[in-house]
Design a protein around this ligand. Structure first.
Ligand SMILES: O=c1ccn([C@@H]2O[C@H](COP(=O)(O)O)[C@@H](O)[C@H]2O)c(=O)[nH]1
Length: 234
């Protein structure tokens, strides 16, 4: 397992490169990996990724590709040119899309998003999925693994079972992480940083609790200390 600092991923969900770089600077050494998602990428394009990589940061490109296999494979080959470390596709794109994604990924860790952490059982039912979230996550996790994918995005609620099913080497990246007492916002399946690690997450993704904090550096440091405390108490 990588060092603890590599396990905290900070979501740079802001409107501009300047705001993103300010957060990166203020967080300093508390994190090595920063997530560029739809908001920042749409505002700034690939240059923000190039700039972060050039400054020595690891970038998780979270654009959640979900399209026909040829298009997803081609998009991933472009992402490789940006030297990102991780990227996402939707597992619900199906086996052919997942295979195209894993074939195209090369050294990039391709993560399959199972069920968004903002969704609950009722949300799944609304889109025609009869099973509960846990069952759907496990089904999509198995489908992803069968098609060469080496990591998933899921909530920590499912992490223990996923870890049992998928083994120690699989990456389980968990958003929906909230320090005790923090606002859930639109997230449905939420746990604390410590509970996510306990459940078997390899990485946690934290956005608003850091980016909207009065002091992002202190917020990131507190989360790091919670993670380190969890490992020491094992
Ligand atoms: O299932 C998912 C997949 C991705 N995300 C992303 O993670 C961050 C979480 O941000 P918070 O502010 O900590 O809620 C955000 O960028 C999402 O796009 C997710 O939340 N759930």
């Amino acid at each position: 397992m990588s060092e603890m600092r590599d396990r905290l991923i900070i979501a740079l969900d802001v409107d501009s490169a300047a705001q993103a770089q300010q957060i990166v600077q203020s967080v300093g050494d508390s994190a090595t990996t920063f997530k560029v998602g739809k908001q920042l990428f749409t505002a700034e394009g690939p240059q923000i990724v190039r700039d972060l990589v050039a400054s020595g940061k690891k970038v998780f490109l979270d654009l959640k590709f979900h399209d026909i296999p040829n298009t997803v494979g081609a998009a991933i080959r472009q992402a490789r040119e940006l030297n990102v470390s991780m990227l996402t596709v939707h597992a619900s794109g199906g086996s052919k899309m997942l295979k195209a994604a894993s074939d195209a990924g090369g050294p990039v860790l391709v993560l399959a998003v199972t069920v968004l952490t903002s969704m609950n059982d009722a949300d799944l039912s609304e889109i025609g999925i009869a099973g509960n979230v846990q069952a759907q996550v496990l089904l999509l996790g198995a489908l992803a693994r069968a098609n060469g994918i080496r990591g998933l995005v899921a909530s920590a609620h499912e992490a223990r079972e996923l870890r049992r099913e998928l083994g120690a080497d699989f990456a389980i990246v968990t958003p929906g992480v909230r320090p005790a007492g923090a606002e859930k916002g639109d997230q449905a399946r939420v746990v604390t940083p410590a509970a996510a690690l306990e459940a078997g997450a390899s990485h946690i993704v934290v956005g608003r609790p850091i980016t909207e904090a009065a002091d992002p550096a202190a917020a990131a440091k507190a989360i790091m200390e919670e993670l380190e405390g969890t490992l020491q108490s094992r």
